[in-house]
Unconditional design. Structure first.
Length: 220
């Protein structure tokens, strides 16, 4: 990499924390379900729901690189980007690239399905989600099955995401992990740093999301 490349802050702390906390919580959710630790499984699910609500709002009012409107591009742009995957090119993407934006959207959609079905699921013994009584036993059973199927799909998509990151590292010599850890990326001179939203705004959004999920769990 050229010595002329300069460090630019591309990811804010809230977006990075969301990313890595979701990784941890997906593992916790799988482990607690496997070990029948349902109290912890529910807690993990409620935390995921809080983070998901936060991320959806943050995608509208957060930092530039977190906003859906800034990184979502059409399918044609994503295809063109993937068609050049084998080419070793300098990394000039400030945030998500055209293909990465669609991966983010897919992962968020799958997380939403996982959380939504979990809220309506039951274990046929003594535990059920806070919305199960509203959808009825028959629909709760269907959504419980979908909850299990969707988690398998989610695991597959996460695996593809990891493979894609490895492909960028091997084929293009682009490190996508370090910026998501540190928030900084070395970019060619003249590239404008994205606007970062206030951390206080992020805290406010997170508190509202947490309150909404708490009320849902308490009075659902």
């Amino acid at each position: 990499m050229s010595d002329q490349h300069l460090p630019i802050r591309v990811w804010d702390l809230p977006t990075r924390l969301f990313h890595w906390l979701v990784v941890i919580l997906l593992g916790v959710s799988w482990l607690t379900e496997s070990m029948n630790l349902m109290d912890l499984h529910f807690l993990s699910g409620y935390t995921l729901a809080t983070l998901l609500l936060f991320r959806l709002v943050w995608g509208l009012i957060g930092s530039d690189t977190a906003r859906f409107a800034r990184f979502m591009q059409g399918p044609t742009a994503a295809y063109r980007h993937l068609s050049r995957l084998h080419r070793r090119e300098p990394d000039t993407e400030i945030g998500h690239n055209a293909a990465g934006g669609w991966m983010v959207l897919l992962l968020l959609a799958l997380l939403a399905v996982q959380v939504g079905t979990g809220l309506c699921a039951n274990d046929d013994i003594d535990r059920e989600g806070p919305l199960a009584k509203y959808v009825g036993k028959a629909w709760s059973d269907r959504l419980t099955e979908l909850h299990s199927i969707n988690f398998t799909v989610l695991q597959i998509v996460v695996a593809l995401h990891v493979v894609a990151i490895a492909a960028y590292a091997l084929l293009k010599r682009q490190d996508l992990v370090r910026p998501m850890v540190t928030g900084w990326k070395r970019m060619p001179p003249g590239m404008r740093a994205p606007r970062m939203a206030s951390p206080l705004l992020a805290i406010g959004v997170l508190m509202v999301a947490a309150l909404a999920v708490y009320l849902l769990a308490k009075w659902g």
